[in-house]
Design a protein around this ligand. Sequence first.
Ligand SMILES: [Zn+2]
Length: 781
Amino acid sequence: MRKDSYISKAVATAFVVLTVSAVAGIVTMIVLYNTEISTMNPTPRPTFPSTTTGPPPIMRLPRNLMPESYEVFLQPQLYTRIIEVVNVTSPNQTMLFTGNSTVYFQCVQRTSTIYLHSKDLTVSDPVVINQNRNEIIRVSTLKYHEDESNFLEIQLNDALEAESNYSLFLAFKGEISENLEALYVSSYLQGIPAHESDTNAERFLAATNMEPTDARRVFPCFDEPELKAVFYVTIIHRRDTIALGNAEILGSNIIHDDWKCTRFYPTPRMSTYLFAFTVSEFTSTPSPHERVEIKTYTRPEATAAGHAQYAANITGKILKFYESQFEIDYLQKKLDQIALPDLNPAAMENWGLVTYQEGGLLYEEGVSSLLHKEVIAILIAHELAHQWFGNLVTMEWWNEIWLNEGFATYMSYFAVDHVEPSFKVKDIFVASDLHTAFKEDALASSRPLSPQQEDVQTTFEIIEMFDSITYSKGAIVLRMLADIVDERVFNKGIKMYLWDFRYKNTVQNNLWEYIQKAVDEDGGHTKVAKVMYTWTNQTGYPVITINTTNGEIYQKHFLFNDSSESSLWWYVPIRVMSNTSESSLVWLDTSGTVKKDEFISKSGEWILANVNYTGYYRVNYNLENWERLLTQLETNPHRIPLMNRGQLVDDAFNLARAKLVDVTLALNSTRFLRNEKAYLPWESAVRNLEYFVLMFDRSELYGPMQVYLREKVRGLYNFFRIYTDNSKVPEDHSSQHNQITVVEVACSNGLPECMTMARKMFAKWMNNNTNNNDLVKVRVI
Ligand SMILES: [Zn+2]
């Protein structure tokens, strides 16, 4: 159409301007970054000192002492209620905590120095005992390293001997954090305060969040994920509170007028970052499970109102799903979940005591959005998957945190689909992770999924690893591998992997080795490590270009900044189908151009590559094939798999952004939406068009753009009208998502039907503002 092509030229010009300025920004950042890092000394992993006078470690603990267990006593002095005493103006609250710990360890190499981690703690009274001979070894000095290592260095008068067992006792005190780190305070209101300064309704609780390097701020410890140990924990807390820990309670008794002592069973052998406890007045809701006692703790008011019920209903089912999926039982007798008023991140998988932000766990019938159940289900499924991937089997070092997070994300697709099949959210989750990863990984500043250990040393560098590459690319790459080797073979491999590495640590090569074992046993030929190396150890992903007239295909590193030089290439599994043939798998295993029969359109049929988008790459075609696919989408979209209907739009827009296709093609890829009812293609189009809308805001093109969008959305808006006009929502979640999208697009682009509906609802609510049920209903769609 003429109008479209007029828009397209302007769009193309704007693209060039925007892309050039973005590229200039990225280049400046890279130059600055390179200048910055060239002045820094790299911090290589320390080697064992060969004698007791060897070089001191730099950032990582030496492996000459291996912890086996800890006895930890902790006494947070916090009150859960402020009790104002007559004539005392300041309340009685205190943020102090005290404690002591004894770590039992084996010496594997002679040394007279003990290095462990301690941060923001005042440590005193060190006692080192040779457990084999029951002899005290005198300590000469205790020194904190005032740098990023957070080392506590303990010099001894005599050396520790190899193959002997020792213990180190330390007393310590510290402050409960008010910044959601380490051991921290959180607060909430119980009931309604009588007046502004009424503190009677205020309640406090103590909670922990250690990942990645904050256990050292609660007790001195060997705070690295590989240095696993068993923890014997005792919490001394105010008598009117309850303490929860990683393991079940062994006993609890009042030890003083004001204090209670709660002792826990030993934890499984685990990493320090999984250590957790809470002290609160919370109450619980049970979940059914034949073997594990599952409880969901929350504020007493929320428990009484049943807000934890939805979480409790699905938790036992999710746990059972994983137990049968992995063929390994959850390895503790209890599993607590707790909804904290404050927590950063959204949730943390501490073994046996999973913490959540309240909003991620609580559901209020009639008030919470129906779609909020998805958020709760996906969060619980993610954290429970960690009980195996992360807690039972842990990455050796933080550079491979994707082994935890990628798996938890990937497994949660299946768990949610199992417990809430009616949500039909699997495709939505996959598409969302795919988009997130695609977006981040198309920047020249992206990073490999699995960088070198040496590049991830300081706490800051470790925290930076918790990004969308780790979570989303991690999950998508696992999904691709499962598709290559077959999901059944993949699952067999990970079962063996989990079992053989239980209570241990792994590197990604261990995973490849076990999937390979399953492939070999099944008679497959995929070389897992060789293929996967290109996806996990290289930055980015490719775009595959297919010419269907002669069957030529080649790959190229996909970058928004197309002028970036890259010689990277990947082992690319391509599932390909046409409108006359079923899907088959073809490999592109070279950096050059090759010709393959499967990609030739012999009698004018369309060819579709990356069927179901199981591969982590984009696809470009010759113009004729694009047109054939777009025509198919307009005439009978269901011939093209749903994932591809969304992805064709996403690819077209992103290829245009990288200047690999004309922007007209991107806009044309939305032609079929006039008749499309499914959520994924719409979500993809709306997300991509948002970029255009933002660009044209306040320009003369904004008007034509709105007309274009109104035209596209009218059909679907009318489809949902029977629900929207009556403040109702459709049955399935995918339609609910789509109804929200469609109302948003329709009203923000001035579709008259939508504007009338919104005005009518608002007027109705204004006239009857004591009863805002209708507004609530609009909100919950
Ligand atoms: Zn996680």
